[in-house]
Design a protein around this ligand. Sequence first.
Ligand SMILES: [Ca+2]
Ligand SMILES: [Ca+2]
Length: 564
Amino acid sequence: MVISRIQQFAAAAAFIVAGLAGCSGGGGGSSGDGGGEPTGPQLTLQVHVDGSGSITSTVAGLGCSGDCSVSLTQGTSFVLNAVPGTGYVFSGWGGACSGTGTCTVTMSAATAVSASFTPGGSSSGKSWFVSATGSDSAAGTLAAPFKTITQAVGVATAGDTIEVRAGTYNEAVVIRTAGTSAARITLRGYGADLPARPVLQRSGTGPTIYFYNDACDEDTIGSGSGNTDCFASWWTVQGLEVRGSTTGGDDGNVIKIDTAKVRIQGNKLCCSVADVVKLVRTANDVEVLDNEIFQSSGVVTPGSNAQGIDIVGANNTRVAGNYVHDVPDFGMYAKGNARSTLFENNLLVNIGRADNGHAIMLGQETDSDRLTDGRYESYDGIVRNNVVVNATWACVATSSSSNVRIYNNSCYNTATAGQGSIFLSNESEVGQAGTGVEIVNNIIYGSGNRPVIKVNADALTDFTTLRISGNIYWTSNGAPTFSLKDTQVPAGQWSTLYNTITGLTDASRVLDPQFATTTGGTPLTLKATSPAINTGVPTALVAKDFLATARPQGGKIDVGAYEY
Ligand SMILES: [Ca+2]
Ligand SMILES: [Ca+2]
């Protein structure tokens, strides 16, 4: 990780040097254009451009087409203009400038300016604006915005962007239209208003945002067709704060997705009677990325079936980079013939209640008439590089699933109230035991109350398909207990028990992993003296770590979610 940061810094430095060549002129210029020599202290102006556009300067001749950085003499004063590229509109300044007009800058210190351009103004992609103080009979421009998100959703077509101004929106948004793979439709919080976000919440029953299409209705697709790509939405929802209805009922999700190719990214998704995010079996190829997902009973009291992310039967879901916290139920899970689910690089904190609450799970139980695509609850799922702090039940659980790979996760204070920190069971309504489960290179630091590994006797068809290796086990009480095929043993008898039942050897170790911290935005980082560093089992399955650092570093892959 340390090496990664150096690499990132080096990359940033190289980027700035490259940027100098992209800038023309400059007051006292050092950008290689043969301008005058500096006559005073030099200060750096950094310009960051989002979207397609350029920055020109009326006074100093400064011009950047894209990101750039230039040195300017202290005291230099100049005016910046934002010029949108073809098919884009200027949506506002950031940093030392604000608003959407010209910007006067005086270099009294090192200065950073950003300019945001968004698609619009041409047939290649139009921007629609929504403001809580707008009107649905308006034109939907920045100057004359719509009042409701629903109005904008109704007019947006492929390639369009809906820019929602900060404010409160009380409506249910149903999305039935589609973009294309090359031209998604984006619904997002307006960048110039950040960090203020639009807050969307409905009243009454049902989801607040619902991706729905008649083609995906169960009456249309029938019950025997497995996972069906009934309708590809090609929508992105980004930068919103979305809440469930206080009286939402069984479908009172924050976001429910019936259709394929939906991306939910960088939103704050809070508070629902039902699951916060719900996918059904027609929601293939959905991405849930970088969101904050949580419950808060002060906003909406969660019901008894209110997981963070509930995936039933969808294929190829990628759930990555999310911060899921304070969910008194499962954090995230996939079941009902879910195929190729990927749970990676998520941070989960404070998950579960006394009688329920795995942080991450592949499989569980689904009504048998909904198992339309095979007998296993999940197929080919991967759980890697997740960080889990405080869970009443498992850090990672799996039930009735085929080919489960649990790699390089870090768990702390898990299974405080039930099951084990890693838990394997058979909860299938058709009685299907699991097969092919790999538990490799994880740091499993349990609560001390429960086993770090608990595998029920009926969990697997064939225990020789249970591969456990390269983990580090520990608890707040020191050496943990283990339970395999309903036999519970102390740490000293684990390797013998595992070998007797599986015929395999567990090369894991029982010792303190030496976490540097268990709190903050990157908990469960390691002290430099940690025995987890450079001691993992070689694998090509985990090419990056929790912070996207390439693995391995230092010649060997590490145990747990961080690479050093
Ligand atoms: Ca649920
Ligand atoms: Ca390493």
